[in-house]
Structure formats: structure tokens, C-alpha cells
Design a binder for this molecule. Sequence first.
Ligand code: FAD
Length: 310
Amino acid sequence: MLRQALLAASRSGGARRVVETAPFTRDVVRRFIAGETIEDAARVTEELTTEGLLVTLDVLGEDTTDRERAEANVQHYIDLLRRLGDTRLEGAPLGTRAEVSLKLSAIGQTVDEALALDNARRVSTAARSAGTTVTLDMEDHTTVDSTLRTVHELRRDFPDTGAVVQAYLRRAEEHCAELAYEGSRVRLCKGAYAAPEPIAFTGKEDIDKSFVRCMKVLMAGKGYPMLATHDPRLIDIAGALAVLHGRDADTFEYQMLYGVRPQEQRRLAGQGAVVRVYVAYGREWYAYFMRRLAERPANLRLVMRSVTGR
Ligand code: FAD
């Protein structure tokens, strides 16, 4: 119930105004969001990569309905990627340790799929120049087919484009089977949006079981699985599947969100696993922040404590 309410609020203009202007917001938001500027993103990326973690950077801003806004978002990504290519850390460009995550809805998908594809090509070209890659985030269930089509198109010229499968979709296993081929980078996550029962599993247990089935397909396949979860049980199962399939540590990676289970991120990296942190930054933090609250009621208590001062 609470999760559904928070997800509904993530798309409500009224709730947005209340949350954005509330005095508590800044401190709590800072736990999950790296800051507002490219400088903030570069600083956090340097900190994390110095600790042996990899990064994927997300410029906040989604559901863009006009071309000018989409163009501004594309330009921001290009500027960010230039910065990743130009900044050197221990002799290597930051781009060798940080890629970008891109939401097609931020670069024109809602206006026209072809515009989003063109824009994604421009961002991918900038990523290639910076020595890095792009992963296309998966969003609301109504956009999944369009996003998968765009992934397949982009991969003709940029085979290293990352795809995302959301385990909560009933078709998730099918998506994994289609994507588990040589060289295919696939992020598996549970899914952060609300979707109706005929399309998605809605109970935690069913979603977790689907995640395990998907992991089995990806880990047995020839691609490069990127297992995006903080769930301790699923992380253990991932480790067991890696052993079962004789996968070396550098043939798959764990991914977690900035601000969520940071000790676990470092523990896994300390054991030799590849761990990538999803770092979101920018001024348009509202929808992203609300999805993080929806994932964990304890985070909502954090907000309430900062409101009441207790
Ligand atoms: P959960 O069952 O939600 O959580 C398991 C445990 O993890 C919890 O018990 C808690 O201990 C901890 N935890 C989880 N979330 C939080 C939190 N917010 N704060 C504190 N502790 C927490 N979703 C999409 O729909 N599309 C995407 O493209 C996408 N990309 C992602 C990329 C990355 C790198 C990650 C990590 C997630 C991504 N997600 C995406 C979000 C994902 O779908 C889930 O909503 C989110 O990861 C929570 O699921 P979980 O697997 O951690 O399991």
C-alpha cells in the first residue's frame, strides 16, 4: 500500500511541490543523490573509484515531453562524458572506471522513438570518445518494448550498449534468454515502477523468484550479467551461480545504488568482485528520490525524523 502510494506520489505534481520545498529535504536527499552539477558527479566518482568501485552516472531528469528539454539533457550527457574523458585518475581517464546510465524518456522517447534513438546515438558516440559505455535504464512498463527496440538498434553500431531487464515483469525470463549472448551487457534489477498484475508480479516473493530464474539464465549464458540488487539472499545466490558456471570475477558485476548498503559494496569489492555504484545527480531528483523511499519504509522514517527533529 505504502509503496504504491509513494510510487503514485513520484508522478504527482502536488506531492512534488510539497516534498521539494520542505525544509528537511536537503539532508535526506543528499544520502541518495550525489549533488546537482558535473563537478559533484566527478568528485563522487573519484572518491568511489579510488576505493576500488566502478560507477555508472545518471543525470536526473525523466518524462521529458518537449524537444528543447530533451536536447538540453543530451548536451548535459555529452558535457559529462567529455569531463570523464578529460579527467585523469592515476594516469587513466575517469571514463575507464565510470560509464553512464541513460533514460530514454529524458531524451525524447515520449515525443518520438526515432528522436530518442538519434539522441542515444549521440550520447553513445560521446561515450566511445571518453573510453566508456552507455546503459539504457528500463522505465515504466509501457515503454519496455520501445526501449528494447532501441537497445537492439543501438547495438548495431555500439555493441557494448547495456540493456536492463526488470525481474518483476512476467516476460523477464524471456527478455533474459534473448539477451544472454556473447558480448551482451545486461543489468538485472527487480523493477522500481508500479505495473498491473497481468503484466508484472506484484508480491515480493514472486519477484524474488523471478529474479533468481533470470539470474540463472544470464549466469549460464554467454553475456556479461550486471546484477543490480541490495538483497543479501540474491547476492549469495549470485555468488553460488558464479561458482556453478565457473565464471571468473571479471565476467559479471554487482551493481548497487549510491547511498544504499555502502559497506556491502566495499565488502564485495574487497573480496575481488567487480562492483559498480549507480550515482544519480542533478536538479531533477524528485521522482528518483520517491522511488528510493518506496523501496524501503525505513527511509521514510528517516524523512519523518528530519521533519519532526526527533
Ligand atoms: P529490495 O527487496 O527492495 O531490497 C532488499 C534489501 O536491500 C532491503 O531489505 C534493504 O536492506 C536494502 N535496500 C533496498 N533498497 C533500499 C533503499 N532504497 N534504501 C536502503 N536500503 C535499501 N529499476 C528499474 O526499474 N530500472 C532500472 O533501470 C534500474 N536500474 C537500477 C540500477 C541499479 C544499479 C540498482 C541497484 C537498481 C536499479 N533499479 C532499477 C532499481 C531496482 O529495480 C529496485 O527497485 C531496487 O534496486 C531495490 O531492489 P533490491 O533488489 O535492492 O531489493
